[in-house]
Write a protein that binds this ligand. Structure first.
Ligand code: ADP
Length: 256
């Protein structure tokens, strides 16, 4: 039984697009301070779940609560492909955007804010590139810059969608060290990941998805060959065009 207070609670939540469920009937809790990997094959619903937590998607049914937390307490890093890299701003300014919560959108940076930005850039080893346009960075540098921005956001809950995609091995190690630091600081961290070995090595808890929860708990108990095989089969078999899932149909028949 979990003893710590939940950070996020799911109450039979179904999330989807245009009334089509993408991930359904999720119930459970994520404790404060948990370091949780969200794992599953392509199309399993990992991104959808993170979008539901951050409020980009409203549940089609059920509900989701952020216990005692507001949206401002959540920092969210979408997948690289969803981020516009051609945006014409400097690395420094992009990282400084992580401070908007504390300084407001339109106030100028004070000396100590600038120091905080430099400190975050130093942590990810990008100080020398502070004046470069973001579009000129390599994949690994770009992701390090986004992590520096997350550092400044100082959020209680951090959601990362495939944070190591298109990132070199050295950078992955550095970013994992930052995630572990957030974990030690007591923040709740969720990361959607596809590299099972990475998850086994660094994430104590795992939520295995295949359009629904296949298994959820301690990583070694969740990532068994049987569960992984089940998650592949279930994801492949899921009917994306269904307006309503079989479980809801059963319920309707029972209550008719
Ligand atoms: P994962 O992150 O595990 O790869 P996703 O959450 O991206 O899975 O996708 C789950 C399902 O939702 C997939 O069938 C995908 O095609 C669908 N989906 C994702 N984004 C959208 C969208 N913007 N509009 C319609 N369907 C979407």
């Amino acid at each position: 039984m979990k003893t710590t207070a939940p950070a996020i609670s799911f109450h039979n939540v179904t999330l989807g697009y245009d009334r089509h469920p993408a991930v359904h009937h999720i119930s459970g809790e994520i404790s404060r301070g948990e370091l949780l990997a969200v794992v599953g094959p392509n199309g399993a619903g990992k991104s959808t779940l993170l979008k539901g937590i951050v409020g980009e998607l409203k549940p089609l049914s059920g509900s989701l609560s952020l216990d005692g937390l507001g949206k401002r307490d959540i920092a969210y890093l979408p997948q690289v492909i969803e981020i516009d890299r051609s945006f014409p701003i400097s690395v420094f300014d992009c990282v400084a955007m992580g401070l908007w919560r504390t300084i407001g959108a339109w106030r100028g940076l004070r000396a100590r804010d600038k120091q905080a930005v430099i400190g975050a850039l130093r942590t990810v080893d990008l100080v020398e590139l502070a004046d470069r346009p973001v579009g000129s960075l390599s994949g690994g540098q770009f992701q390090r810059m986004l992590f520096a921005r997350l550092l400044l956001q100082d959020a209680a809950v951090i959601l990362l969608d495939e944070p190591f995609r298109a990132v070199d091995t050295r950078t992955v190690a550095e970013l994992i060290a930052l995630i572990e630091r957030w974990h030690r600081e007591g923040r709740t961290v969720l990361a959607a990941l596809h590299d099972i070995e990475q998850v086994r090595a660094h994430f104590p808890d795992t939520l295995l998805l295949a359009r629904e929860v296949v298994a959820w708990g301690k990583t070694p108990q969740v990532l068994t060959p049987a569960n992984l095989a089940k998650s592949r089969t279930l994801t492949e078999a899921f009917d994306s065009h269904a307006e309503i899932c079989e479980r809801d149909e059963e319920l309707e028949r029972e209550t008719a």
